[in-house]
Write a protein that binds this ligand. Structure first.
Ligand SMILES: Nc1ncnc2c1ncn2[C@@H]1O[C@H](COP(=O)(O)OP(=O)(O)OP(=O)(O)O)[C@@H](O)[C@H]1O
Ligand SMILES: [Mg+2]
Length: 369
């Protein structure tokens, strides 16, 4: 799938803007703070109904305005129009999504229809930061490639919130209500079991893609492996219920559920089992972060049968010459790619299939060069 037109209204520094993209390589050039990443963000909002920057919707509404609207005329065998609109009201925001002019009430029926992958300098946090960032990252890939996973995750989060609320109430009363807790445990264990199994199956496919991408970018530096570390013992519902029973005292003490998919981690480990984060250089961590995204693109393409739009937000400036060249050639595999950069002259675009160049001026206009 590729973006033919992006039309945005009152989004970040853009009052009204329409860009026509090439179906191959697109390069957005401009000084710092002129609105390059904002364009990628608008595309990511249409894809995922939220920003890849992890900011609230209100941050993306142009200052002084009440609502934003983003529309993509996409092409994949035929034309499909995707729209996301968001209005800020008294204390809450409302969002609407449409495909070909028809409103979609269930977001699970929209997510994944227009797949994208964003490379960002902040990706290194997936390697080096806390487990919740890794969980969120892998959950997001799984949710975009499986509507069943997405729905199970939504249901799991609801039951987790309810179970934790019950635990807090029990703590306040100073007495465990095992009856009330066990009512949640059945649904909790069923959802948890499905999520744990799906995460395990996912890594079997994704891990080799990640390792291969890492080796290609770095010219055969040894890639780390990603190991899934579930916090629950066993992955069938009965085993999870039993484990919940054995930790109920601790759950009661902390007023929260201490085992389950919300506590799992994914560890990056080197050849002898050493934690990648403890021995890798800054450049190796960046390489791993980029390899994650390359693998994500290949994984999404495989599972959805549609080619994801690849967005690369200024990650080249942090790579050495060899890695820049390798990444560029890896990205040129038929998907539409949108790059942002400050210094295009440092890149060798000559080796790529045709490139279109655009410039941002900070005044809310984008010119085709
Ligand atoms: N809600 C908003 N309304 C209006 N302008 C905004 C809003 N949010 C951010 N901006 C403006 O957008 C600009 C930042 O845009 P963006 O992050 O796309 O820059 P960039 O070109 O990617 O810069 P860099 O090269 O530094 O990454 C800033 O000038 C900021 O003032
Ligand atoms: Mg930027």
């Amino acid at each position: 799938m590729h973006v033919r037109f992006l039309t945005i209204r009152n989004f970040r520094n853009y009052a009204k803007c329409r860009i026509e993209f090439s179906d191959k390589i697109n390069v957005i050039v401009g000084n710092n703070g002129t609105g390059k990443t904002n364009i990628l963000e608008a595309i990511s909002v249409v894809s995922n109904i939220k920003s890849f920057r992890g900011v609230p919707d209100t941050a993306m509404i142009k200052w002084g305005e009440a609502a934003y609207h983003c529309r993509i005329d996409a092409y994949n065998d035929g034309e499909t129009v995707f729209e996301v609109g968001c209005a800020a009201g008294e204390g809450k925001t409302s969002k609407k999504v449409k495909i070909d002019g028809v409103s979609i009430d269930m977001f699970s029926e929209y997510i994944g229809k227009f797949p994208t992958v964003v490379f960002s300098p902040a990706d290194v946090l997936i390697i080096s930061d806390s487990p919740d960032i890794r969980r969120r990252y892998f959950d997001s890939i799984l949710s975009r490639t499986s509507a069943v996973y997405y729905r199970t995750l939504v249901e799991f989060r609801k039951v987790l919130t309810a179970r934790n609320k019950t635990l807090k109430m029990c703590k306040a009363r100073g007495k465990v209500d095992t009856h009330e807790l066990s009512a949640w445990d059945t649904v909790f264990a069923r959802c948890a079991s499905q999520l744990i199994e799906a995460r395990g199956r996912f890594l079997e496919i994704y891990n080799p893609l990640f390792k291969e991408s890492y080796a290609r970018i770095s010219d055969d530096d040894i890639a780390p492996s990603i190991e899934y570390i579930p916090s629950a013992r066993g992955n069938d519902p009965e085993a999870i219920i039993e484990h919940l029973g054995t930790v109920s005292g601790r759950d009661f003490l902390y007023g929260t559920t201490t085992i389950g998919p919300q506590r799992d981690d994914f560890a990056f480990k080197g050849e002898r089992g050493a934690l990648f984060n403890n021995y890798a250089s800054q450049g190796q961590k960046r390489t791993a972060a980029i390899a994650l995204k390359c693998a994500e693109g290949i994984y999404i393409d495989r599972l959805t049968g549609s080619r994801a739009v690849i967005m690369v937000d200024d990650v080249f400036s942090e790579l050495d010459e060899k890695r820049r060249r390798n990444l560029l050639s890896m990205l040129d595999r038929g998907n539409q790619v949108v790059f942002t950069m400050v210094y295009p002259e440092r890149m060798d675009f000559g080796s790529l299939s045709s490139c279109a160049f655009y410039s941002t001026d900070g005044e809310g206009t984008v010119r085709t060069l």
